[in-house]
Every structure is written in structure tokens, then in C-alpha cells.
Design a protein around this ligand. Structure first.
Ligand code: BDR
Ligand code: CA
Length: 315
């Protein structure tokens, strides 16, 4: 039976690749995309989510708009990384799909209450505002979540938005704190692992040689790469968000530790830091599996296979 997931997202080129990977994979049933403000404001992220569904040949997939600002702070965005629309790199047609009526948070609550407990996995790949709001409003849904597999945080690699914080956690640290304290099983894909999932020229050119979908992926990752090349001097774009879906498909590509992870919400220099007790020195109870290693070759082979399948089917 396919694993039921809801992708909570702020597309984002790497979000887009994650969504395509999920939609390409028969082991996964995507119930809906829930959009949140993050890389760009909500009106862009919900639109981008619909553009991606259309590109993937899935106009039937519900897309809900969620929270347009973090719980307790003004929104910080990342146009300098993702471009003005959040999905710069290729111009795709205006989506014909309409937004699904209702708020993403209501959808999350209703779905988790309706479906069998332990059968829904949440995959947040943006700030955690929608998920935390749902958990605050309806604490009864928390024990019904099968698992949360999220992209966020950093520890050894430290930050990409401040010296100590990763973007998704930094944008809404209060939300992240609620989610990490919720008691739901959590798997974390931090920068420590996603910065090892770097695209290579041959991989991008392989994508470009495919049809419409592969070409979009190549253009997106090229756009995304220019920022990382300038910042880190490294070749290749880090495919952060697709690591979550790859983990669901092939956990054997990854390794990490079940440890305690706390979110800094007050630090003068460390706001939004994921304080990961890798060496288990705090005595605090573990609450998350913190991933640190990825078989990058296997990860990119998986992406090539699945995006290729989707491209042949609908591209
Ligand atoms: C995360 O922030 C966003 O820019 C990416 O989409 C990813 O989810 C990486 O820090
Ligand atoms: Ca994202």
C-alpha cells in the first residue's frame, strides 16, 4: 500500500523537485500540497504549488493555501536565493488549477481526524507555521500523525541564513519549537546532509536531455546553483527538500542518530538554531532522528530514475 503523505511547502525550486519526486513514485500517495509563506510570500508559494501540479500532469491534486506569516514574527523571505517568484529559472504557464477552498490548517486537522491514526506522514519542507498552528489548535491530531519528515536545521554545517540557523527553522522558530516538542516521531534532514546532495553538471545535463519535466528541473537547479556558487564557491546546487522524499523511498541511502533536538527561540546570536545533542550529553530525551550522511550517488540515481519515469509518462 502506498504511504499517504501531505507535503507542506513554500516552493522554491528544490521544493518543486521534491514534489515531482513524490508524484513520480508509486510507493507514495500525495493527498495534497499545503502552501506556507517562506521562500517567498504565500501568494507566490500557493501559485507555484499549482504550477508544479500542472507540470506533473496532476491537476486533480488539491492545493491549499495556509499561513501567510510566522506565528510571532514578521516573515523573512529568500528571493535572493529563489528569485522574485520563488520558482525563477523557467517560465511555465499560468496554472489552470484553482486553489482548493478552505485553509491548509483546517485541511490538516480534518484529514488527520478523518483518516486512520498512524497512516498520514507530514512532509514539511518550508517553515513549520502550518503544522504548528494545526497542532496548537487541535492537539488531538498529534498522536494520529504517523511521522514527520522535515527539511530544516543544521548543526555541524551550521547556518545558511545566520551563522547558526537554517532558513526554514529561522523563519518561524516558535513554530519549530512546537513541532519538535510535540511528541510526534520526527526525522530531520538538516543542512549537514542536504549540502552533500549537490547536483553535478552531468546530472543536470541528463535532466536537460529529457522532456518538459526534466528540462524544468535542469533550469531550476541551474538558477538555484548560481547562488550557492557565489556564496560557497562550490559547484552544484544542494537539493535540500528532495532528501525528505528520498528518505521515504529509500531510507538505506541515509544515516543519522535518534537524539534530542531543541530549537533556540531567544538567543541573541543563535535564534532559530537546532541544538542537536549529537553526543547525547544533555540528558534530555531524544525526540528526532537527525540525519547526517547521504549516499549522494544513490540519491541522484533515484532522482534520475523517477523524474525520468514521470517525464516519459506526462512530459
Ligand atoms: C531550505 O530553505 C529553502 O530555501 C529551501 O527550499 C529549503 O527548504 C534550505 O535551507
Ligand atoms: Ca523549501
Amino acid at each position: 500500500m502506498a504511504r499517504k503523505i501531505i507535503i507542506d511547502t513554500d516552493p522554491g525550486q528544490d521544493d518543486a523537485v521534491a514534489i515531482l519526486l513524490a508524484l513520480a513514485s508509486p510507493e507514495i500517495e500525495v493527498l495534497a500540497l499545503t502552501a506556507v509563506a517562506g521562500n517567498v510570500p504565500l501568494h507566490h508559494t500557493e501559485r507555484n504549488a499549482r504550477v508544479i501540479c500542472e507540470l506533473a500532469g496532476r491537476p486533480d491534486l488539491p492545493v491549499y493555501a495556509g499561513c501567510d506569516a510566522p506565528l510571532a514574527r514578521p516573515l523573512v523571505t529568500a528571493e535572493h536565493v529563489h528569485g522574485k517568484t520563488g520558482l525563477d529559472g523557467v517560465t511555465l504557464p499560468e496554472p489552470g488549477i484553482a486553489l482548493s477552498p478552505g485553509h491548509a490548517v483546517d485541511f490538516l486537522i480534518e484529514t488527520l481526524r478523518r483518516e486512520q491514526p498512524g497512516t498520514i506522514t507530514l512532509v514539511p519542507i518550508g517553515p513549520l507555521t502550518n503544522i504548528a498552528t494545526a497542532f496548537q489548535r487541535a492537539p488531538d491530531i498529534v498522536p494520529r500523525v504517523q511521522e514527520i519528515v522535515l527539511m530544516g536545521g543544521a548543526y555541524f554545517e551550521v547556518g545558511n541564513v545566520t551563522p547558526t540557523a537554517e532558513f526554514n527553522i529561522y523563519v518561524d522558530p516558535e513554530a519549530a519549537r512546537i513541532v519538535f516538542a510535540s511528541g510526534a516521531p520526527i526525522t530531520v534532514m538538516p543542512l549537514d546532509v542536504t549540502h552533500r546532495a549537490l547536483t553535478s553538471r552531468p546530472w543536470v545535463e541528463g535532466m536537460r536531455a529529457m522532456g518538459r519535466i526534466g528540462q524544468a528541473v535542469a533550469s531550476w537547479t541551474d538558477f538555484f546553483e548560481r547562488y550557492d556558487r557565489e556564496k560557497y564557491g562550490s559547484e552544484g546546487a544542494p537539493l535540500h527538500d528532495p532528501c525528505t522524499i528520498a528518505w521515504l523511498l529509500k531510507p538505506q541511502l541515509f544515516s543519522g542518530r535518534y537524539i534530542n533536538v531543541e530549537i533556540e527561540t531567544r538567543g541573541e546570536y543563535t535564534l532559530g538554531m537546532t541544538v542537536a545533542d549529537w553526543w547525547r550529553v544533555s540528558g534530555r530525551d531524544p525526540n528526532a532522528t537527525f540525519i547526517r550522511e547521504v549516499d549522494a550517488e544513490g540519491f541522484f540515481a533515484l532522482l534520475t530514475e523517477r523524474i525520468g519515469d514521470l517525464d516519459r509518462r506526462v512530459g
